[in-house]
Write a protein that binds this ligand. Sequence first.
Ligand code: AMP
Length: 186
Amino acid sequence: MLVIFIGPPGSGKGTQASRLCEHLSIAHLSTGDMFRAAIQEETELGLQAQQYMDRGELVPDQLVVEMVAEALRNAPYGDGCLLDGFPRSLPQAEALDQILAGEEKQVDVVLELDVDDGILIERLLARKRPDDTLDTIHNRLKVYQEQTSPLLNYYRERRLLSTVNGEGTVDEVHREILEQALQKNE
Ligand code: AMP
């Protein structure tokens, strides 16, 4: 099974993705986590990604696509996974379609976590990650609107999109996601 999670920063995407992966027993592929690990390990990829992350911008498509393509070729992700934070732009979604077509795989469901901007900013300021300063937060929300939200229509047109209200408690949102994810995959 291949699930895509789309949601603005602060929507609870990472938390909900972990919960759903546990429930479905599938691997969790978070491109943000992979970049943070690369930065920690001071790899070439980490050095390249950090400058973009610090500004709240997207890491260039080519770097992300290569990293994901490599992961999808290997265990545990190759056997089905949840993509958390990828794709984040139309070129990335198109690249993913190509990668999957080459392996005779397909996206099963795309879940959007929908949360009001005011709540997002409150949550982001509370979590104190290095890229969660007010300036960076505003930039990341703008980048989400401009570059990531067009993906919603892309997947809606393919009848893959389910939108979940992400403003409830972690448990409430998790339950709603389960209903949506399982319903789509019947
Ligand atoms: P996240 O943990 O998903 O909020 O990602 C943190 C940061 O990593 C983002 O603000 C981007 O700078 C970078 N990033 C993560 N995933 C992607 C992606 N698919 N495309 C471009 N940049 C990404």
